[in-house]
Write a protein of this length. Structure first.
Length: 285
């Protein structure tokens, strides 16, 4: 196996595009190194992206907040602007692993590892985040929900990699939240994880809502029907019930040791209501 640590995006793209056999970007390594140690992945080339200067920065301007692909979880949860504008995204990141894992793990790595149970992904999808991807054909920006293709697979083309996660400017009276359910309280993988972001008008009527659900399908789901059930309502019990039903209807989970498909489907509505309640309180505040 070859290891390379380029200092520019172009150099990284050239390395990834020209490699024969599997070539993998390496960010925090909290998934990739574990997979290599267990023999699950055997890359011909690993391209460490942490020496690419711009990828280690968080930049905020009128177009939103750009989080470089090498920025780790601890830097995100410790960032006052992200914590105040997008607390749901920050709390999704904060669920990942322990303090040690947080000091390495990145949201881009969580997304590109493409686990259906990835905690950060519903938080990003609910917030309407995009990623900027660099590759042999140049750069492009795509919604986060278009990156995972199935367990362990992404839609990225050979030679492409994520250079930033982009959070949009936050509209007024908007709140986001992420809630996950696990059998244990610490260091476990989601049985269900739900991200919700909603916007209210001055009278308290919902004008926009995004609901994203993890661990209930091969990829994280953006459940548009659940968002639609909230829009135009005061987010009262009837709207919550209708949205929870839409969440349950969208679930296509598997049975595994953490929960049966029926159990995951049933609790997805409950976890949705908890996340939506927090997002609503934040939007009202
Ligand atoms: C003890 C432990 C606890 C954990 N707990 C959780 C948890 O609670 N919730 C959870 O969701 N995850 C958890 N994880 C998994 C892991 O920490 C996260 O998925 C993490 O966010 C991965 O980020 P990373 O930067 O370490 O990715 P890496 O391991 O560096 O990469 C992961 C994958 O993404 C690819 N990749 C990385 N960066 C890019 C990029 N910029 N562009 C394209 N591809 C890229 C790599 O090639 C690799 O295939 C845990 C892991 C451990 C070891």
């Amino acid at each position: 196996m070859r290891y390379a640590a380029p200092e520019t995006v172009d150099e990284a793209v050239a390395l990834l595009a020209s490699a024969e056999g599997g070539a993998y970007p390496l960010a925090g390594g909290t998934d990739l190194v574990v997979q290599m140690s267990s023999g699950m992945r055997a890359p011909a080339l690993v391209v460490d992206i942490k020496r690419i200067g711009d990828l280690g920065r968080i930049v905020s301007d009128a177009s939103g907040i750009r989080i470089g692909a090498a920025v780790c979880g601890a830097e995100i949860t410790g960032n006052a602007e992200i914590a105040s504008k997008w607390p749901g995204f920050a709390e999704a990141m904060d669920y990942i692993g322990s303090m040690q894992i947080q000091s390495r793990a990145t949201p881009a790595g969580n997304l590109c590892n493409a686990s259906p149970a990835a905690d950060c992904v519903p938080g990003m999808v609910a917030a309407g985040a995009t990623v900027t991807v660099a590759g042999p054909g140049g750069r492009r920006e795509i919604p986060v929900e278009e990156v995972p293709a199935g367990p362990g697979r992404t839609t990225l083309a050979p030679g492409e990699f994520v250079i930033s996660v982009n959070l949009p400017p936050k509209p007024a009276r908007t709140g986001d939240a992420y809630v996950r359910f696990t059998p244990r309280t610490e260091m476990d993988i989601a049985v269900v994880g739900v991200g919700v972001c909603l916007t209210l008008d001055e009278g308290g009527t919902c004008t926009a809502a995004r609901v994203a659900v993890g661990a209930v399908a091969p990829t994280v789901l953006l459940v548009r029907e659940a968002g639609a059930a909230l829009v135009g309502t005061p987010v009262d019990d009837a709207a919550m019930d209708a949205a929870a039903e839409a969440v349950r209807a969208a679930c296509r989970p598997i049975d595994d040791k953490r929960g049966s498909a029926a159990y995951r489907t049933r609790i997805s509505g409950t976890i949705f209501k908890r996340a939506a309640g927090v997002a609503l309180a934040r939007a009202r505040a």
